[in-house]
Design a protein around this ligand. Structure first.
Ligand SMILES: Cc1cc2nc3c(=O)[nH]c(=O)nc-3n(C[C@H](O)[C@H](O)[C@H](O)COP(=O)(O)OP(=O)(O)OC[C@H]3O[C@@H](n4cnc5c(N)ncnc54)[C@H](O)[C@@H]3O)c2cc1C
Length: 408
């Protein structure tokens, strides 16, 4: 174990998809002397322990920060996690059909930068014929889902055993003589490093508090249901041909003998961190997907086969927190990925790659800005968007409900 005198070049806390994204950024910069620490017994034992994370850009009414960021992040997600990409398109249904027309949606998509081959609005008749659903919506041909668990394993399996410290819960961090010190929950000093990345979901809140930084993070419980239904059931007569998203989401049903298996998600319980499976969440997922399919379907034909329960980490402004921490050189955060772990982790991986390259080239820490690099800047990542991600947006100290964007 390296001592205080023998520090790591970098330490990542958390081996979920956020930690995996950072490990990629370190490797892209030829930083190999780094350690990953996780309280689990291996990678992806937290919220990233599932294989069904849907991904497509967000469409809002206007070009909001969220819309512009997901527009960029979706492309990065295809690059960063492409090896683990499944499915061949996602059909997105608006929350209500009221006011939805193909014409209005086409204009909105164009104004938000989508080309027709990226996002195709469809009216009800087209959706019925191509997708197999009775409602208009928008088809994302490149949308799909990612196996987060596999993606994490692939990144961490490549690392040498001495770079991975499992079953170790960190309790406290502290900066001493230019090095970040890490203590576990037994008060043992476990490592020191020049660069510390906090990528441990909700656990970032406690570690940040140990150096008097308060972040408005909260848990949001979610349950994915794996249902099964027979080939003779009403559900089998109305199979969607693509993954769907909207009030709920589902993947394409998988044929298993004389049945289909079907992943449907995800309930959304704010301020709840209970990891037990709830019957009420299965019922909620079933009701929402039935509403989306808009057909005469018999509830009792859909049987529960399995479930995944996880706790999302969400910031008060619903955006991810990523980047260097102002006035704390060598400290970086990546958390609050909410329900968009695929996209935000990919964007972060690319931004940290550029940021670290800049810091290395200039032999200095750049803690007040998140350096995005020329490629992402040319793709539209301007300073307003980069600053909207920074931890410093919450450093005003008065109210956390309205984030204050740094002016420089
Ligand atoms: C039901 C459900 C459905 C979802 N569907 C989608 C979807 O369709 N599309 C999508 O993009 N996203 C989806 N998400 C969100 C996605 O799963 C998360 O955004 C993502 O997994 C978060 O990754 P993470 O690395 O930040 O957190 P985690 O995977 O939880 O990783 C954090 C790690 O930190 C470790 N840790 C915590 N505290 C400490 C500590 N003090 N010391 C050491 N280790 C610590 C934990 O053990 C854990 O391994 C869904 C989430 C849920 C719950």
């Amino acid at each position: 174990m390296p001592s205080v005198k023998n520090p790591y070049e970098a330490v990542i806390v958390g081996a979920g998809i956020a930690g995996a994204a950072i490990a990629k950024a370190l490797k892209n910069n030829n930083i190999s002397n780094f350690l990953v620490v996780d309280k689990g017994l291996g990678p992806a034992t937290g919220t990233s322990a599932h294989g069904h994370a849907l991904c497509h850009p967000y469409i809002g009414r206007g070009a909001s920060r969220l819309q512009r960021l997901t527009f960029l992040a979706f492309k990065e997600a295809r690059d960063v996690w492409g090896k683990h990409w499944c499915g061949q398109g996602v059909f997105h249904l608006p929350r209500t059909q009221e006011g939805f027309t193909k014409q209005i949606m086409s204009e909105r998509l164009l104004s938000q930068g989508f080309k027709f081959d990226m996002a195709m609005p469809m009216d009800q008749a087209e959706a019925n014929e191509k997708i197999g659903v009775q409602s208009g919506g928008t088809f994302f041909p490149e949308g799909g889902w990612v196996n987060l668990e596999q993606a994490c394993h692939e990144v961490f399996v490549e690392m040498a055993p001495e770079q991975k410290l499992w079953a170790t819960k960190l309790r406290k961090i502290e900066k001493v003589d230019g090095q970040w010190m890490l203590w576990d929950d037994q008060d043992q000093l476990i490592a020191s490093t020049e660069r510390l990345f906090l990528a441990n979901g909700l656990g970032v809140k406690d570690l940040a508090e140990s150096i008097d930084i308060s972040l408005p993070l909260k848990p949001v419980r979610g349950q994915l249901s794996k249902f099964r239904f027979s080939k003779q059931s009403t559900w089998a007569q109305h199979l969607p041909r693509y993954a769907l998203s909207g009030k709920a989401y589902c993947l394409t049903p998988e044929e298993k003998g004389d049945e289909f298996e079907w992943v449907v998600g995800s309930s959304y319980d704010e301020e709840v961190d209970d990891l037990n499976v709830w019957d009420s969440s299965h019922a909620e997922n079933k009701a929402l997907i039935k509403e989306m399919l808009n057909q005469a379907l018999h509830d009792d034909e859909l049987k529960v086969k399995d479930a995944f329960v996880g706790v999302r980490c969400v910031a008060s402004d619903r955006l991810p927190i990523m980047g260097p921490v102002k006035s704390q050189p060598g400290l970086y955060i990546l958390t609050s990925l909410g329900s968009r772990g695929v996209m935000w982790s990919a964007l972060a991986s690319q931004m940290f790659t550029e940021h670290l390259a800049y810091e290395k080239n200039h032999s200095a820490f750049l803690d007040a800005r998140f350096f995005a690099g020329a490629r992402l800047a040319a793709a539209g990542l301007d300073s307003v968007l980069a600053e909207a991600l920074l931890p410093a947006r919450f450093f005003a100290g008065v109210s956390n409900s309205k984030p204050i964007l740094p002016s420089a």
